[in-house]
Design a protein around this ligand. Structure first.
Ligand code: NI
Length: 257
């Protein structure tokens, strides 16, 4: 069965149909999904959904876009909530120099504080990185001892060379709809370079819908289209990709049973 390792059920486009999405998981071939937090509200909303549904899991985190909103109160709240067994990681956190919606120094500060939180809670980190892979690698190297619970690069869009660099830190790499796009050469090359025991599938729904839904609302069930493309790129069968990526996801997100 498939696992969508990164989606946003709390997004305003998905929230109204979230219960239907969850109810149809098994008929869509999905065993589990992770709804990822990007601010306080989405983190709390994701946890509420995860607590209600056995195969929905969640992460808590503040996205680099909102890094300036990460205060001590939110961190303390996340620290307390992270004890819940349905919280599988801290994220999405990271650096985004494409939009630069928060000043870079503020982004870095929020990034480090949430890495420290993850270490404290014994959880892996789920990273959002855009146009900032070099700085991200430097930041991770600086706090390498704090990363022993695992690192996931969500929606990986770095180079194949950087796959090698991040692999030295034992990172996992998740790929989504972008690998099905026509101009996906760089992403496809990167995917091919990822060690098989470090590959995950995701949708990032409602964003990044794979072809033939590109530009439309994305849903967790479309992770099957990502699996098919990953099979084509790696030369594995779709069944093999599905099995391996599910194993990898559960190894990384240790609380997922
Ligand atoms: Ni996301």
């Amino acid at each position: 069965m498939l696992i969508d390792s990164h989606c946003h059920l709390t997004d305003e486009r998905i929230a109204p149909v979230a219960e239907e999405v969850i109810a149809s998981m098994s008929s869509d071939g999905l065993s589990d999904l992770v709804t990822v937090g990007y601010d306080r509200e989405s983190s709390l909303g994701g946890l509420a959904l995860a607590k209600e549904h056995p195969h929905v899991w969640c992460t808590l985190g503040v996205h680099p876009h909102d890094a300036d909103k990460l205060d001590d109160e939110t961190l303390a709240e996340f620290r307390a909530l992270a004890a819940d067994p349905k919280v599988v990681g801290i994220g999405e956190i990271g650096l985004d120099y494409f939009y630069d919606l928060s000043p870079r120094e503020v982004q870095k500060d929020a990034f480090f504080r949430q890495i420290a939180l993850a270490e404290e809670c014994g959880l892996p980190v789920c990273l959002h990185v855009r146009d900032a892979y070099g700085d991200c690698l430097e930041a991770l190297k600086e706090c390498e001892p704090m990363l022993k619970n695992g690192v996931l690069l969500h929606c990986y869009s770095g180079s194949r060379e950087m796959v090698r660099e991040f692999s030295r830190l034992d990172a996992y790499f998740a790929f989504g709809g972008a690998i099905t796009f026509k101009n996906a050469k760089k992403n496809v090359e990167a995917l091919a370079a990822v060690p098989r025991d470090r590959l995950l599938l995701e949708t990032d729904c409602p964003y990044m819908a794979p072809v033939p839904y590109r530009g439309k609302t994305n849903f967790p069930k479309y992770v099957a289209l990502v699996r098919d493309k990953a099979a084509e790129v790696t030369g594995m069968s779709a069944e093999e990709v599905e099995r391996i990526t599910a194993e990898n996801t559960k190894r990384l997100f240790k609380r997922m049973k």
